[in-house]
Design a protein around this ligand. Structure first.
Ligand code: SDX
Length: 434
């Protein structure tokens, strides 16, 4: 709930001599908001905010970002503490239910997730309907959307129990869907999840095991994978989360809404940035070509941007990138790939960009996608699997925000307005008279 301990405050707008009072609302922390819900009724005027850079679309208690301080809180807990001391399924519990679980609650939650990791066997037909070279994100969008055709008993959003079952099913099945999209892409047989290993190890095993031999997950890789899941779990009202909320506002079923979020995340400016970043590093090729690309990023007439740098909200550093960088060093040391040419370019690019006044002035720092791509590349994932892993991780954030929106009495179907600059009313002209 907004902080009502302070005296009521208002903003006063004067439009054409008429004064309009708009209430100011305060949260627990962060900027106050001006409640403009009655502005149009009182002034016949809309607000204008392309990209919603200054607009709060909802009230939320889940995640808070301070872009200047480089702070990210999940239900009040700093991301660096969660990444260091917690693990992904515990963070899922925290995001979904608002508090850290007791040992018994965590055991029950992990058991419920484990019991839902398999897919309906007939869903394999969906994977096999795609071309082998289909992008795994195309497969994920299709398969997740199709889940509403298989799990009818968890599509009624008015039923709290069905919302709970859909939440668990999506968190549990995303690793299987992502891993099977990868296996189908490379022409290897599907590997089924196991109930005797942890969530991150299960995903790595479903991706890299083959029936011909046993596969044991290295605990350092499993820990790094789990940390990547945790660091991507939720991030306030980013583009894909806002897509899930808008889709949900029409009453669409949870699987359709998450499929919409996956589609939005795919864009290179958003979740597709880690794939775009690695492809950029490969295009740069050698450290001596870095100045050429930095010059292009600074050239206003060149649409090129340094993938993995900058952020809509973080105008200092991305706290997730700091933690991710530690994991990158651990994984590179373990795998002995610190001499990998792509990774050499990454380290040199980071060094030169951070030393360049342009990036300092524009507050463009490496974001979470810069380092996650490096780790995933070192682990042996193709770049096409980077965004599916992001989608897997973000599912709990989408679901938590989806649940919060459905239970928010102030929420209604989303319907932004516009500034119309098209043609005024005019009569139809027959084709022979044009
Ligand atoms: C994610 O919203 C979220 O929370 C997203 C995310 C999440 O967890 O959900 O954090 C995940 O999407 C991380 C961001 C991944 N995207 C990339 O790495 C792609 C590269 N970055 C850019 O596309 C860009 O930085 C954005 C899209 C991330 C932000 O775009 P903005 O808000 O337009 O950037 P800005 O307004 O802060 O830019 C300020 C200036 C601009 O120049 P001017 O017009 O003022 O002259 O910096 C320039 C931009 O052109 N700029 C860059 C740049 N990013 C911004 N110049 C070169 N390289 C870049 N990467």
């Amino acid at each position: 709930m907004p902080d009502t301990s302070r005296p009521a405050r208002h903003a006063t707008l004067t439009i054409d001599g008429k004064e309009i009072q708009l209430p100011l609302m305060s949260g627990t922390v962060g900027p106050d908001v001006m409640d403009i819900r009655k502005l149009y009724a009182q002034s016949d005027i809309f607000t204008y905010d392309p990209g919603f850079t200054s607009t709060a679309a909802c009230e939320s208690t889940i995640t808070y970002i301070d872009g200047d301080k480089g702070e990210l809180l999940h239900r009040g807990y700093p991301i660096d503490q969660l990444a260091e001391k917690s693990h992904y399924l515990e963070v899922c519990y925290l995001l979904l239910y608002g508090e850290l679980p007791t040992a018994a609650q965590l055991e029950d939650f992990e058991h419920r997730v484990t019991m839902h990791t398999m897919l309906h066997e007939q869903m394999q037909n969906f994977f096999r309907g795609f071309r082998r070279d289909a992008h795994p994100m195309a497969i994920m969008v299709g398969v997740v959307g199709a889940m509403s055709a298989f799990y009818h008993d968890s599509t009624d959003i008015a039923d709290p129990w069905q919302r709970e079952v859909a939440s668990i099913r999506l968190i549990a099945k995303m690793p299987t869907i992502a891993a099977w999209a990868y296996k189908y892409h490379i022409g290897q047989p599907f590997v089924y999840p196991r109930n005797d290993i942890d969530y991150a190890s299960n995903f790595l095993r479903m991706c890299f095991a083959v029936p011909a031999e046993d596969y044991v997950v290295d605990p350092i890789l499993s820990r790094a994978m789990d940390r990547i899941f945790t660091l991507h779990a939720d991030h306030e009202q980013n583009a894909s989360t806002s897509t899930v909320r808008l889709a949900s506002s029409s009453g669409a079923n949870p699987f359709a809404c998450i499929a919409a979020g996956i589609a939005c995340l795919w864009g290179p400016a958003h979740g597709g940035a880690n794939q775009a970043c690695l492809e950029m590093l490969k295009e740069i090729g050698t450290p001596d070509r870095i100045p050429e690309f930095i010059a292009r990023a600074k050239d206003k007439d060149d649409p090129f941007r340094l993938m993995g740098f900058g952020h809509r909200v973080y105008k200092n550093f991305d706290p997730r990138a700091t933690v991710m960088k530690e994991s990158a060093d651990e994984v590179l040391d373990l795998l002995g790939v610190e001499n990998n040419p792509v990774l050499q370019v990454a380290k040199e690019l980071e060094k030169q960009a951070l030393a360049d006044p342009y990036f300092a002035e524009k507050k463009l720092f490496p974001n979470v996608d810069f380092y996650s791509g490096i780790i995933l590349e070192a682990m042996g994932f193709p770049t096409s699997m980077f965004t599916p892993i992001f989608a897997l991780s973000r599912t709990v954030g989408w679901i938590s925000q989806w649940k919060e929106m459905l239970m928010d009495p102030s929420q209604k179907i989303g319907r932004p307005r516009q500034l119309y600059t098209g043609a005024c009313t005019r009569d139809y002209i027959e084709v022979e008279n044009r």
